[in-house]
Design a protein around this ligand. Sequence first.
Ligand code: GTP
Ligand code: MG
Length: 186
Amino acid sequence: RSAADPKQFIRDGLPQIVFAGRSNVGKSSDINRLTGRKNFARVGSAPGKTSQINYFSIDRKAYLVDLPGYGYAKVSKAEKERWGQLMESYFQDEGQLISIGALLVDARHKPTGDDCMMCDWFRQNGCPVVVVANKMDKLKASQREEAIGLIRQTLQMADDEVLIPFSAERGEGKEALIQALSLHCE
Ligand code: GTP
Ligand code: MG
C-alpha cells in the first residue's frame, strides 16, 4: 500500500521495518535487493522518486516501509512541509508498530545533520536502529575502513549499534542486513 495521508496508514499490528535516509541514497534499491525483486520499490535516477509511504508486505509477517527521502535541495517549501507532516504523523501514530529503523547513509560521505536527526529520532522513540552504509561498491578497498569510522563517529553510534556495509548494486551485506532486521520482528 502507498499512503499519502495518515488515513491510509496500515495499523494491523504487524511489525514495520522502516527504511529512512536522504533522497537518492538507495532506500528503494535496498528493498529490491533484500526481496530479490527488480522493481518492487520504484527506483529513480532523479532524487525524490518516492513521495509517499510505501508498505511492502513480506509473507504477511512484517512490512518493509519505504519512506520518502529527505534533504533534496530542489524540493519546494510546500513539498518539504508536506514531507515533515507526513513523517511526524507516521512516527507519532500509535497504531504503527515500528520495530526497527534501517537508516541508510551514503558510504562515500560524512552523514549530514539530517541523518543525525533521523538517527536520534529512532533512538528517542525507543526504536533500535541499524545503520546501512550504502553504495559501498563506489569505494576503493583502501577507503572502506575510514568511511565506516567516519559514519560511526558522526552518528555517535554506541558499540552495540550495528552498521552494515551494503551495496544494492552488488548485493554486499544482504544476508547481514536480513539477519539484523529479522531479529527485531519475532
Ligand atoms: P528517494 O525515493 O528519492 O528517496 O531515493 P531512494 O533513496 O529510494 O534511492 P533509489 O533507490 O531510487 O536510488 C537512487 C539511485 O542510486 C539510483 O540510480 C540507484 O540505481 C542508485 N543506487 C542505489 N543503491 C546503489 C548502490 O548500492 N550502488 C550504486 N552504485 N548505486 C546505487
Ligand atoms: Mg525511493
